[in-house]
Write a new protein. Structure first.
Length: 106
């Protein structure tokens, strides 16, 4: 599945569960929550967590957790973008265009 197909599938999935109805400001709060979870997963992998109630994970489990949290962040970005009428290709083009313009040699 490519990113555009995933974004469409994701919108339908969120709509079927009633999650798509949340306005962008609430969606941004969910994105922030997911970023925190990603931050915690990266921290655990990079420097560890000394928390007595957390089970120690293998390196493979830590990588899987990082991938899962990255996917959650991506999904929330895609839904937020869709709420404003932007598709994944538009985001990619905007990113590349901005970087080319900002860092082009003159």
């Amino acid at each position: 599945m490519n990113i555009a197909d995933h974004a469409l599938w994701l919108r339908d999935f969120y709509a079927s569960r009633g999650w798509y109805a949340y306005p962008p400001f609430i969606r941004l709060a969910f994105l922030t929550e997911e970023l925190g979870e990603l931050s915690q997963a990266v921290r655990a992998y990079e420097i560890g967590r000394d928390h007595p109630h957390e089970q120690v994970q293998t390196e493979s489990e830590q990588h899987d957790h990082i991938r899962e949290e990255l996917a959650d962040v991506l999904d929330n970005v895609l839904i937020l973008a869709d709420k404003y009428g932007y598709g994944p290709d538009e985001l990619i083009e905007a990113s590349e265009g901005k970087l080319h313009e900002r860092f082009s040699e003159k």
